[in-house]
Design a protein around this ligand. Structure first.
Ligand SMILES: [Zn+2]
Length: 75
């Protein structure tokens, strides 16, 4: 007989227990939540790669001279 790692209760055999190796689906979800929390606790990877590089390639106001309807500002 197995023991539920969450609550320590006896666990029914796999053939009769969809939540195996946990005693109930509730304990199974608790374990899943623990894993998810572990992942969330890990600090997000800082965006070191490509920081600022993408914006540099973005077209700035360099196309100003190509504007077809550019008014003649000379006075
Ligand atoms: Zn349990």
């Amino acid at each position: 007989m197995s023991i539920c790692p969450i609550c320590g209760s006896e666990v029914a055999p796999r053939s009769a227990n969809k939540a195996f190796p946990f005693c109930t689906a509730r304990c199974k979800s608790i374990d899943l939540g623990k894993w998810l929390n572990e992942e969330y606790r890990v600090p997000a990877t800082p965006d070191e790669a490509g920081e600022g590089d993408e914006s540099e390639d973005a077209p700035a106001v360099a196309s100003e001279g190509d504007f077809p309807g550019k008014p003649d500002m000379r006075h």
